[in-house]
Design a protein around this ligand. Structure first.
Ligand code: KIV
Ligand code: ZN
Length: 523
């Protein structure tokens, strides 16, 4: 297997996505995750662009070992000086310098002659080479440049000491066969190309960044520049997780491998999405929430018999919590019975039929039937209460000033005890959660909230998904309601019920009533 090196530019090119900017502290946290993930090179920023970026590149150079750190620069002395200084303390480093090569850029943006551009490229590579041995050079907008000038520029910078030639598809214009063929021609025709390494850098304007990067790899490129979640200018860059998993899944065919540790992919993707406040599309390959979920009855039936019937990767190997089956109107009896069985409930024929009928009625009215709702239906079919706790009702006082005040009634279904709890907070959800927490016999840390509008107009239903952490483990709950705040409170309750079921808290050994609430000692 030939090794392909993963160059991560989430913190430089990724951060150039509108609205994605990060603080130096956030960059450091993400750089640690990238190192853990197994990337070979990190480009942590553009040191000349701001004191904060300089500090982040410097700090990452000092802290992160075993990963090459790259300082980014225009072909300008001041940029190179900043990149050299910022990366001074790195264990291994390279300088990445770029200069436009296409006529469109040279004539309209640089407004220089071709000779002047070549002279600048030569001079600046030679200048940087005095300080750092590994010099990466990128002819910007290379895919719209034309072979003659591209060869001339690359040959010139190799003569001056460039060691890595990155050929970017800056505007995401190339097609896979063209991009691969371009590398093959450069490797064949440019003098000195046998002494350098080649790198691909693709943008996704036509949705081809991953395909183009794979084509470059097949042409012999050894470095690929990527970003987590594919963030970057406009439609973004080649997505790290998609490329890494394409290589992992098809390595026998591609004959290459990377150093990426798949088990860290999901957490890194989540961390970048949160830090940048960039949501991940539901259908995004690998890390989107639907990427390993199945709603169609035929697919669910196949999956329950053998996962590989409809999945080419195992989400658990990517660190993705498994919840492959989404119950909705396309789901069949097999999937419903299986899910109910996961809650330890065995239904007889009549109960399953009753459940199936009421499930289909509900599923017709809404897109997804959540576990909490399924369990309510199971309860009706079996005349049992299935959830450890029920959020019976909520009331809220809210406004533009002061704290929000909430009261909520929670029933502990094991004991039948029902009590009213009050909470305050700066926001309504905080106030309700503060109330609900008092009803619980365990500490639940509210880790994350995702809110979606499920339809248009003023009467839209809101869907809330809450993630909580209980003793180091994560639990999720979802709910839909016309009132988005109530949806969030119900989703929190659903997540707590998940935790209670998993931890077996409902099998309490000791129970006492104090201050009007049920207090439970956890076994
Ligand atoms: O897209 C691009 O051309 C770049 C470079 C400057 C490498 O990000
Ligand atoms: Zn780019």
């Amino acid at each position: 297997m030939r090794r392909v090196y993963i160059f991560d530019t989430t913190l430089r090119d990724g951060e150039q996505a509108p609205g994605a900017s990060l603080t130096p502290e956030q960059k450091i946290v993400i750089a640690r995750r990238l190192a853990n993930l197994g990337v070979d090179t990190i480009e942590p920023g553009f040191p000349i662009s701001s004191p904060g970026d300089f500090a982040a590149v410097q700090q990452i150079s000092r802290e992160i070992r075993n990963v090459e750190i790259c300082g980014f620069a225009r072909a300008v002395k001041a940029d190179i000086d900043a990149a050299v200084r910022a990366t001074e303390d790195a264990e291994r480093r390279r300088i990445h310098m770029f200069l436009s090569s296409s006529s469109i850029h040279i004539d309209f943006q640089l407004r220089k002659s071709r000779e002047q551009v070549i002279a600048i490229a030569r001079e600046m590579v030679a200048y940087a080479k005095q300080f750092v041995d590994r010099i990466e050079f990128s002819p910007m907008d290379a895919t719209r440049t034309g072979d003659e000038f591209l060869y001339e520029m690359i040959e010139a910078v190799i003569q001056e000491g460039a060691t890595i030639i990155n050929i970017p598809d800056t505007v995401g214009y190339a097609l896979p066969d063209e991009y691969g063929a371009m590398f093959s021609r450069v490797m064949q025709n440019v003098r000195g190309s046998d002494k350098v390494e080649f790198s691909a850098h693709c943008h996704n304007d036509l949705g081809m960044a991953v395909a183009n990067s794979l084509a470059a790899i097949r042409a012999g490129v050894t470095h690929v520049e990527v970003t987590v979640n594919g963030v970057g200018e406009r439609a973004g860059n080649c997505s790290l997780e998609e490329l890494a998993m394409a290589i992992e899944t098809r390595k026998e065919t591609l004959g290459v491998e990377t150093g990426i540790r798949p088990e860290h992919i999901y957490k890194t993707s989540q961390a970048v999405s949160r830090a940048m406040s960039f949501p991940i599309a539901f259908n995004k390959p690998i890390v989107g929430r639907n990427a390993f979920q199945h709603e169609a009855g035929i697919h669910q039936d196949g999956l329950l018999k053998n996962r590989s019937t409809y999945e080419i990767m195992d989400p658990e190997k990517l660190g993705i919590p498994r919840s492959m089956i989404i119950l909705g109107k396309h789901s069949g009896r097999h999937a419903i019975k299986h899910r109910v069985g996961q809650f330890g409930v065995q239904l007889n024929e009549a109960q399953l039929e009753q459940l199936y009928t009421s499930f289909k009625e509900l599923a017709d009215r809404q897109k997804v039937v959540y576990d909490q709702q399924l369990l309510e239906l199971v309860g009706q079919a079996t005349e049992r209460v299935m959830e450890p706790y029920t959020l019976v009702s909520t009331q809220l006082v809210t406004g533009t000033a002061g704290h929000r005040m909430a009261s909520c009634t929670v029933r502990d279904n094991a004991s039948g005890h029902e009590a009213v709890y009050t909470g305050t907070g700066e926001g309504p959800i905080e106030a309700l959660v503060a109330g609900i927490k008092q009803a619980l016999p365990f500490e639940a840390e509210f880790a994350d909230l995702e809110l979606y509008s499920l339809s248009g107009g003023e009467q839209a239903n809101g869907e809330a998904t809450v993630t909580i952490r209980v003793q180091g483990a994560s639990f999720r709950g979802s709910a839909v309601h016309r009132d988005i705040v109530v949806a969030a409170a119900q989703a929190f309750m659903a997540a707590c019920n998940e935790a209670a079921r998993a931890k077996g808290y409902q099998e309490r050994t000791e129970q006492s009533i104090r201050d009007g609430a049920v207090e439970i000692t956890i076994p």
